[in-house]
Design a protein around this ligand. Structure first.
Ligand code: F6P
Length: 547
């Protein structure tokens, strides 16, 4: 496919940014703040209850102007419209990209291939609602007549990370009489530990897989089936009451033996990592209830609308994306740290890793050319304040340049004495310390001996965003996720890559399928790998047979 957009480095705004970078690269945030007392209030934007303070970034008004120009020159406006119009912007898979339709209100219309998909979305949501109510109210019973008390989601990647993150994030709103577990890893330990204290009579498995062919998920699902049958005396009929499926692949669901009446569908225009608000969120709905789930969808939708219509200079996902482009493109930033100051968001960085890196970890452009610039940085992080006592040393005084996204809330869901004020004092202090540091003069003035001074100096000038909201609610979680989804989309448009395919995971999957029989065959296999892989396979075969 050829696009009308020039290669990144040839765009006028990129060239202007290069010249601009040379001028401002050494500017310190101390100077920027000292020269502009209103910077902290001015360089902030709010939308749909999310506040973004981006003033502690190494930018001037001119930087922002040029970055916005870059977004325009990259065709961002047209690409946003194309996505919302249901065009097949996932060109390598010839698919529309319509996760925004998953949270469109019932009366909305979102067309793809001339069909309005919103009624189908709501039909599935209604079925999920009915099912969730029946489970939560004890109407749907297990094979022996006991109510379902345990939900085990079996899935991996987008069919696990979203549900697992959302369950943790919204635990406060969940039905505490129920137990939720998430099995993803092919390592048998994951399944074993997930079910070790569960009664099969009271356990429901949700097999979540867009394709219903993923090796890990199908293996775990078969193990779950065997575990259930063993626990319930081997009656095959019990499967119907203890297994439901979430998938786009009806034929495979049937083949596995799950009644398609107990299948919740979604569509090929929902990417795995964009699916936590589809039926893949069934475990979330079971945990927090249908009303809360719909409130979360409404949060997503509000951010979608903000992204769709707001001018780029006030558009939160666009601003965040442009800052990442600025740092990866000009400051040689290789990573972004996501640091939520909320224990409930402890899985949020892991969730974002798939969203960001599976989407934008690509080196081929939409035109099929190799990029000559960096694409997705590595996203990583841990909740504050734990990270402070672990890796923050490197962010403050290491040799690497690491932009940070801090996420914090005005109020705690668990107000306990001084805890929240101390938590918030820490997040504000970290952003302040990173930006302004501590000079040698300040360190000396504290009476520090000369030899120790260099160790105690903080250069500062390390950028961060502060993302804040009133409290962590289902609605705010939806907004936060949509914020990052659209940030990733914007980055992909500027880097001119297909953010919605994931060919890079295929090779390893195919090789593993080839190696499995080589590990399991009775007879010594004839191996035709490289000498290292051959040796490792031989070594493993000897090791497992105790030779
Ligand atoms: O291996 C990558 C991937 O295809 C992800 O994109 C996806 O979220 C995950 O595997 C799981 O796929 P499925 O939902 O089809 O089991």
């Amino acid at each position: 496919m050829t696009t009308h957009v020039k290669p990144l480095r040839k765009r006028a705004a990129w060239e202007a940014l290069q010249a601009h970078y040379k001028k401002i690269q050494a500017l310190h945030l101390r100077t920027l703040f000292a020269n502009d007392p209103g910077r902290g209030e001015r360089m902030a934007a709010g939308a749909a209850g999310i506040y973004l303070d981006y003033s502690k970034n190494r930018i001037t008004d001119e930087t922002l102007r040029l970055l916005v120009q870059l977004a325009e020159e990259s065709g961002l406006r047209e690409r946003i419209d194309a996505m919302f119009r249901g065009e097949k912007i996932n060109i390598t898979e010839n698919r529309a990209v319509l996760h925004v339709a998953l949270r469109a209100p019932r009366e909305a219309s979102v067309l793809t291939d001339g069909r309005n998909v919103v009624p189908e979305v709501h039909a599935v949501l209604d079925r999920m609602t009915d099912f969730s109510n029946r489970i939560r109210q004890g109407e749907w019973r297990g094979h022996t007549g006991e109510p379902i008390r345990n939900i085990v989601n079996i899935g991996i990647g987008g069919s696990d990370l979203g549900p697992a993150m959302a369950y943790e994030a919204l635990k406060h709103y969940s039905d505490r009489r129920m137990t939720f577990r998430f099995v993803s890893n092919i390592d048998g330990t994951d399944f074993t530990e997930a079910v070790h204290d569960l009664a099969p009579e009271q356990t429901l498995f949700i097999v979540s897989s867009k394709t219903f062919t993923t090796l890990e998920t199908m293996t775990n699902a078969r193990t779950a089936r065997a575990w259930l049958l063993k626990g319930l005396g081997g009656d095959e009929k019990s499967v119907a009451k203890h297994f439901v499926a979430v998938s786009t692949n009806e034929a495979e669901v049937k083949k596995f033996g799950i009644d398609t009446a107990n299948m919740f569908g979604f569509w090929d225009w929902v990417g795995g990592r964009y699916s936590m608000d589809s039926a893949i969120g069934l475990s979330t709905m079971l945990a927090i209830g249908p009303d809360n789930f719909r409130t979360m969808l409404n949060g997503f939708h509000q951010m979608d609308e903000h992204f769709r219509i707001t001018p780029f200079e006030r558009n939160l996902p666009v601003l965040m994306a442009l800052l990442t482009i600025w740092y990866t493109g000009f400051f040689d930033a290789h990573t972004v740290a996501v640091l939520p100051y909320d224990q409930y968001l402890r899985r949020f960085p892991a969730y974002l890793q798939q969203l960001t890196m599976e989407s934008n970890g690509k080196y081929i452009t939409l035109d099929g050319m190799k990029v000559d610039y960096q694409t997705s940085p590595i996203y990583w992080g841990e909740p504050g304040t734990n990270g402070q006592h672990s890796f923050y040393q490197l962010i403050h005084q290491g040799t690497r340049f690491i932009p940070c996204d801090f996420i914090a809330f005005d109020t705690s869901l668990n107000p306990l004495g001084q805890h929240h004020d101390i938590l918030m004092a820490n997040v504000f202090a970290q952003a302040e310390a990173l930006a302004f540091g501590k000079t040698a003069e300040q360190v000396k003035a504290e009476g520090t001996p000369d030899w120790l001074v260099p160790h105690r100096v903080f250069e500062g000038n390390r950028p961060s965003n502060m993302i804040m909201a009133e409290r962590l609610s289902p609605e705010i979680l939806g907004k936060l996720v949509a914020l990052y989804e659209h940030c990733v989309f914007t980055q992909g448009v500027i880097w001119q890559i297909d953010s919605f395919d994931q060919w890079g995971v295929e090779l390893g999957k195919a090789l593993a399928q080839r190696i499995v029989p080589e590990l399991e065959s009775e007879a010594e296999p004839e191996l035709a790998h490289d000498s290292s892989t051959n040796n490792l396979i031989h070594r493993y075969r000897r090791g497992k047979s105790g030779l």
